[in-house]
Every structure is written in C-alpha cells, then in structure tokens.
Design a protein around this ligand. Structure first.
Ligand code: ADP
Ligand code: TRP
Length: 319
C-alpha cells in the first residue's frame, strides 16, 4: 500500500435526476481519475449540502441510494475508491464550524452562489451562506491535491484554498494542503436542449438514465435556429459522444436536415449510454450493495478524517 499518492476528493449532491451535463462535466472525469491508480481517491455523496434545498427524508434516502448506484454504474470502482456519505463522517461538520469561526461575513458574501440567491431575493438559509466552509472542510480533511468538478464549482475550490492558507497562517502550522480544481476544458459547460447550460433548474436536460424513447424525445426538442445549416445545439452535444473528425463529414452531408441529424444523435446517445443503463438495472436488483459500499467507505473516511481532526484540535488548542 502506497500512501504517497496525491489525494483526490470530490462530492456530488443527491438533489436531482442526473443528466448528461453532470456526467460529462463532472462524473466521467471523477471516475476516470479515481480509477486511474494515480491518486488516492475519496468520492462522497454531499447529503448535508443537499439539506439546504432538499428537506424531505424519503427523497433524501432515495436520491442518496440512486447516486451511489449511478456512480458504480458509470464505472466507479468501489474497491479502489473510498465512496461514502458526508453525513457518515462527523468531522466534516465539525471542521466546518472551525472554519466558520475564522471566516468573515464579507468574504462569504462574495460567493457567486450567495450573490445569485440574493439577486433573486431568495431567503437564504445560514447553511447556504456557509456552504463554502462545509465544502472547504470536505476537501481539506483529506489533504486533497486535486478536486475534479465542473466550471461552476471553481470558486468554491478557491474558497477551500484560501481557507487552508488562512488556517495555516492563523494557527502557525502547516495543517492543510492547498487543493486545486481540475476542470476539463472541452466539456466545461455542457449545453442543454435550449443551448443554455444544461441544468436541472432550467428544464433543458437529457437525463443520464433516459430510455431510448425518452432520449429520442429530448433530442427532438433541441432548439435549432442556426442559419448556416449546422444545428449548433445538436452538434455541441453530439461531439461529446463522437469525434469531430467523424461528425464533420456527416454534418456536411446532411446540412440543413435537422431531423436526420437529431435522429443520429439520439441513436449515438442511446448506444453510448446503453451499457451504463444496463449496469444500473443490475445494481437495482441487489438491495444490499449500496449499504455494503457505504459502510466500507464510512470506516475508511472516518479513520483518515479523525487523524486530521486530531491535528486540527491540537493546532487550535482544544486538545
Ligand atoms: P445542476 O446544474 O443540474 O443543478 P449540479 O449543480 O447538481 O447540477 O452539478 C453537479 C455537478 O455537475 C457539478 O460538478 C457541476 O459542475 C456539474 N455540472 C452540472 N451541469 C453541468 C453542465 N451543464 N456542464 C458541465 N458540468 C455540469
Ligand atoms: N458543491 C458541489 C456541487 O454542487 C458538491 C460538493 C460538495 C463538492 N462538497 C464538495 C465537490 C467537495 C467537490 C469537493 O456540485
């Protein structure tokens, strides 16, 4: 066992049906990197982060299960990866409190997520406001070196870096490692069926586990208003599942024939995701698998995070 590998940490909230934007923007890279053998990977379900917006016990349980199965279905190797639930590891919320104590309100008020919520006149929970501190704890507890996420999470990783630096400076000890975001530039923002960023909040998604028919329906609804013969919104999604080299002659040949191009995209998406769907169905037939994986993950994540907390408690003088 080599403990010297750089640590990878990433989390995902169990807050909605997964879509192909989540897959290409986050999950695929997380899984490739996590399985690569180059890192010591920790991947977790950010259920306490989800609690800010999802306050229904049944839904929380169901979506947590679904997310764990989804990760395994897209290829996460639970033998190599510590896969766990944030709420199973008390050190996350404990460290978040410590970070809250060394962080100022004006600094947190600069967070994009907070500013967006405020601009929409939403009543913001204290948890939403502190979101970046819990996320900093998620990352820093494991000495993460890289954090694979979508572009929209970049600022949160900067918060984690700043918080690590601040803690080390205030308590005069190099307790925390400075993490870096890992963002794949080509698919940094996956567009939805309306050409905007694909997001469950915009109703423009192609679900990750859509059936063949559902895929075809969503693809047919892609907005096509390009004048030049190439429907850009179709092409942008198509190039995620097929090389541009292959696509260019096809799009040239069918220039202006949006229906044919959409049919090909639906076909290609179905082909690409069929094995993932099959694996998910197989997992659904094994009711114990989620508990088994999470139990093993909990044990290891607790051991690592408790060792870090011992160091933290000494550094701040409560131990
Ligand atoms: P949503 O925008 O649908 O609410 P989340 O905010 O739950 O999605 O995102 C979960 C993860 O998936 C994040 O790492 C995020 O950056 C990534 N992600 C979500 N939508 C996209 C997209 N359209 N393109 C690229 N990555 C995305
Ligand atoms: N905020 C992330 C999202 O919305 C989820 C998340 C929580 C996360 N903690 C994390 C991602 C730590 C990476 C590392 O997608």
């Amino acid at each position: 066992m080599s403990d010297k590998k750089p640590v990878l940490v990433s989390g995902i909230k169990p807050t909605g049906d997964l879509h192909i934007g989540n897959y290409f923007g986050a999950m695929r890279q997380q899984v490739e990197l996590a399985n690569s053998g180059e890192y010591k990977p920790f991947i977790f379900v950010a259920d306490y982060h989800a609690l800010n917006t999802m306050q229904d016990a049944e839904e929380m349980r169901r979506r947590t299960r679904e997310l764990v199965m989804a990760y395994i279905a897209v290829g996460l190797d639970s033998e190599k990866v510590v896969l766990f639930k944030q709420s199973d590891v008390p050190a996350h919320t404990e460290l978040a409190w410590i970070f809250d104590s060394i962080t100022t309100m004006p600094y947190l008020m600069r967070a994009h997520a907070y500013k967006d919520a405020e601009a929409k006149n939403k009543e913001i929970s204290v948890g939403t406001f502190n979101y970046p501190m819990l996320m900093a704890a998620d990352i820093l507890l494991y000495d993460a070196k890289i954090v694979p996420v979508g572009q929209d999470q970049k600022q949160h990783i900067e918060y984690a870096r700043d918080t690590a630096e601040k803690f080390n400076r205030v308590f005069k000890e190099e307790v925390f490692t400075l993490p870096e975001a890992y963002i794949m530039p080509d698919v940094a923002v996956v567009p939805g069926t309306d050409g905007q960023k694909m997001s469950k909040s915009y109703g423009n998604v192609i679900p990750l586990f859509a059936s063949k028919d559902e895929l075809a329906k969503r693809v047919m609804s892609i907005v096509t208003d390009s004048a030049g013969g190439r429907p850009e919104n179709v092409y942008a999604i198509h190039k995620l599942v097929r090389s541009e080299q292959e696509l260019e002659p096809i799009y040239a040949e069918h220039a202006g024939n949006y229906k044919a191009l959409k049919e090909m995209l639906a076909e290609d998406l179905d082909h690409y995701f069929a094995p993932i769907r099959a694996k998910y169905e197989e997992l659904q037939a094994d009711p114990e698998i989620v508990e088994r994986v999470l139990e093993a993950g909990k044990r290891e994540a607790r051991a690592v995070s408790e060792a870090k907390m011992a160091q933290v408690r000494r550094a701040i003088g409560v131990a």
